[in-house]
Design a protein around this ligand. Structure first.
Ligand code: URA
Length: 433
């Protein structure tokens, strides 16, 4: 087989066999196929598409590129949760503890921040002492005892995805439904998951801004997942504005704690309850949505999720004193409020710009600076909320002024105060299934 022939085949719209896809993935992972050729194949497949079977072959080849985690020591159903990535999305840190508090077992391998979106690991790593690298036995024991462990994906979990993702990132081929499907599901299968809840984000702060495409991604994840023997549940949820008010690593940890205390923003609380209830159903702790919902609502009211989060932080070596005293978390040196220049309604036009601003402030984007764990953006108003002249719309939390300048420009691009109340978006895009 020649890579050249396979590029022509896909370029001209033909369908690959399993052997051909295996050859491409294996060859590229082992360094036998050069980047220029793989990049050409990626673009050909991005434009011509991959059918259902090719998507499955790609997923399986990516799983086979590394090793698979064995979770069979854990009794009963385990549930994994994944988000396609958003701005201010800290639901893993709220829904995870709530679902674990009522008996769901959650082994969660998380990733780092990507582009304008945050990563659960970066957020947890702001807790003094918190360890994100867990040994296999540690992970299993912690889940048996607490119900929840959040750790870093190791290098041997779907290494082909890591290499291919980096190439997609440089060749404008990220937003392909087959590629995203294979990328997400390969990591989940290799991580030992069987029951998976996927939060597919749609809107200006998502990798898949278009709602119709987000729904197609949902369908692809469910269908490919089923063919791989996985039980996949997907929700399409809104990402046209940050979820909750906090965008930034330690700011989001503080907000997750507040939410588990029952004092969180309404949108974050509601979506976390919904996701936690879905996890309860997937974990077969209950079988009806209303029962699952009642369980997680009661866990929230009794602060049981907070107890789980505290235990998890302690088990992973972190300072569990942050639960009672948020001043133990890193904080930025300065806060700059951005205020409304006239009366009107806050309109968020570009949620991605707010995510990018937080990434710039923290040092994830912009380069050359040290990582600032306490930096980020704190929203002070919601999209569609009436604001008066002089009222704060958001705050920039920063230490380095140079970063503040860029972030301020970005946030000013992302928001406006408008005369007419803008249309507000639903939290979850419910549909037929
Ligand atoms: N998240 C992933 O894990 N992979 C993608 O390709 C996109 C989002």
């Amino acid at each position: 087989m020649l890579p050249y022939e396979l590029i022509i085949k896909k370029r001209d719209g033909h369908t690959h066999t399993r052997q051909e896809i295996d050859f491409l993935v294996k060859g590229f992972t082992l360094g036998r196929i050069e980047e220029a050729q793989m990049a050409s194949w990626l673009m050909a497949a991005f434009i011509q598409g991959l059918d259902h079977e090719e998507t499955r072959y790609l997923t399986e080849a990516m799983v086979d590129s590394g090793s698979q985690l064995d979770l069979s020591r854990l009794m009963g159903a385990t549930v994994d949760k994944h988000s396609t990535g958003g701005v201010g999305d800290k639901t893993t840190l709220v829904a995870g503890p709530l679902a674990a508090a009522v008996g769901v077992k959650i082994p969660k391998l998380s990733g780092r921040a990507l582009g304008h979106t945050g990563g659960t690991l970066d957020k947890l790593a702001t807790i003094p002492g918190f360890r994100t690298s867990l040994f296999h036995d540690e992970l299993i024991t912690q889940i048996e005892e607490i119900g929840l462990a959040v750790g870093a994906q190791t290098a041997d979990i779907a290494p082909a995805d890591k290499k291919l993702y980096a190439l997609r990132d440089r060749t404008a081929t990220v937003e392909s439904i087959p590629f995203i499907t294979a990328s997400i599901l390969s990591k989940k299968v290799a991580g030992g998951a069987k029951n998976i809840l996927i939060d597919v984000k749609a809107g200006s702060g998502a990798f898949m801004p278009d709602l119709v495409r987000a729904k197609q991604l949902k369908k692809s994840l469910i269908e490919t997942g089923a063919e791989l023997g996985l039980n996949v549940k997907c929700l399409v949820t809104d990402m046209n504005q940050p979820l909750g008010m906090a965008v930034g690593n330690s700011l989001e940890i503080a907000e997750a704690i507040e939410t588990l205390e029952g004092k969180g923003p309404a949108d974050l609380t509601e979506l976390s309850l919904r996701l936690a209830a879905e996890m309860v159903l997937l974990g077969r702790v209950s079988f009806k949505m209303e029962d699952a919902r009642a369980l997680v609502e009661s866990a929230l009211a009794q602060r049981q999720g907070l107890v789980v989060l505290e235990k998890m932080i302690r088990a992973q070596g972190g300072d569990d004193g942050v639960i009672k005293d948020r001043r133990r978390l890193p904080a930025a040196a300065h806060i700059l409020p951005i205020v409304a220049e006239h009366d009107g309604y806050l309109a968020i036009n570009d949620c991605r710009a707010i995510g990018l601003a937080a990434a710039v402030l923290s040092g994830h984007q912009g380069g050359g600076f040290s990582f600032d764990a306490g930096a980020g953006v704190l929203m002070r108003a919601r999209h569609g909320e009436a604001v008066e002249a002089g009222a704060p719309l958001l705050e920039l939390h920063f230490t380095e002024d140079e970063r503040r300048v860029e972030a301020e420009l970005l946030t000013r691009k992302g928001i406006a105060v408008v005369k007419e109340k803008p249309e507000v978006w639903p939290l979850v895009y419910e549909d037929e299934d």
